[in-house]
Design a protein around this ligand. Sequence first.
Ligand code: F6R
Length: 239
Amino acid sequence: MKYLVFNSKKEASKEAYKILRSLIDENSTLGLATGSTPTDLYEEMITDYKAGNFSYKNIKSYNLDEYVGISYDHPESYHKFMETNLFDHVDIDKANTHVPDASAEDLEGALKSYQEALNNANIDVQLLGVGSNGHIGFNEPGTSFEAGVHVVDLKEDTIQANSRFFNNDINLVPKQAVTMGIKDIMRAKNIILLAFGKAKQDAIRSLVEGDKVTEDVPCTILKNHPSVYVLVDKEADFQ
Ligand code: F6R
């Protein structure tokens, strides 16, 4: 595991982009994340695309998760997030982008087909943020490391943390999500995890310090992955 500390989210995201570029080519498959963590990295990707240095025409992408119970058009759906923060600004073919279908009438069927798609995906780089409770994707503490794509009941602290995107009203925050499982995340060839702000410090300590791997802190599974880059700002650094 490479652990790198930066003065700011911006600096960390610039380096994360350099690392990403060193790991992919224009035919690669990306695993993407939402939330506030990857936004500056997505800006770096857009800037470099606009400068003519990289094309997404043949890039495929698979997102980690999506809320259950809000429509794709909802401004806080992860479908919408990806369009607003990345897909609408680069030449990616939307047919090559995949976000779990969490509003399907046949949710079981939708989980199955996302699982099948992931099984055939061969993700070159998976981008991750981390929850303050150590969740990756929406694999909350206690989730089996053997889990594949599944519906999750979001923990109270996750709902609380995400209420900032929903007028700070926890009643508006979806209580369930569909997420890739830990097993799916671990299958990526490379992983880049970003973490910013003091709230992430404990999760980062559990991930980087020592060798304890526990389902109580899902991100600790990454200690067992052969190619992980962890980039944090100094507030998230635990040392
Ligand atoms: C988002 C995701 C989550 C977030 C995590 C941190 O697709 O899978 O694990 O990465 O909740 O969220 P932010 O970045 O908003 O602090």
